[in-house]
Structure formats: structure tokens, C-alpha cells
Design a protein around this ligand. Structure first.
Ligand SMILES: *[C@@H]1O[C@H](CO)[C@@H](O)[C@H](O)[C@H]1NC(C)=O
Length: 62
């Protein structure tokens, strides 16, 4: 493999990894105002999780 191609791939990977770093770690309050307890139905936390984007170093709170 052409070493220039390898370096191009490596630099793209480094840029992508850098961009994946969150600006600031967030704390997600599980369940929102409902809280973190036995849910009213089986899909409650699935629905909650779909409305959130989780990043590296984020925390879950309650
Ligand atoms: C589950 O319960 C939550 C909170 O009461 C409600 O908002 C949601 O629509 C319910 N989901 C289903 C599938 O019934």
C-alpha cells in the first residue's frame, strides 16, 4: 500500500477522533422529570434514551 495513502487515512482518523471529543461532558438526568425508578411501561426508558445523544465522558444522574 502507498504510504501516502496510509498517512491520509491516519490523519482523517485523527481528525474524526478529535471531533468526537465533546465540548463539555453532560449529565443526563435519567427519565427527565419522571426520574429513575420503575417505569410506567417497558418502553419508557427507550423513549427517553432516543431523545438524548450520549457522548464520551457524559454522566447519568438522577
Ligand atoms: C409509557 O409511559 C410514558 C409516561 O407515562 C408515556 O409518555 C409513554 O407514551 C408510554 N409509552 C407507551 C408505549 O405506552
Amino acid at each position: 500500500m502507498d504510504s501516502k495513502f496510509v498517512w491520509a487515512v491516519v490523519s482523517v482518523v485523527i481528525v474524526v477522533m478529535h471531533n468526537m471529543q465533546p465540548a463539555a461532558a453532560l449529565t443526563h438526568i435519567v427519565g427527565g422529570s419522571f426520574g429513575w425508578k420503575i417505569p410506567p411501561n417497558n418502553t419508557f426508558y427507550d423513549q427517553w434514551a432516543k431523545t438524548h445523544t450520549f457522548n464520551l465522558n457524559d454522566k447519568l444522574g438522577m
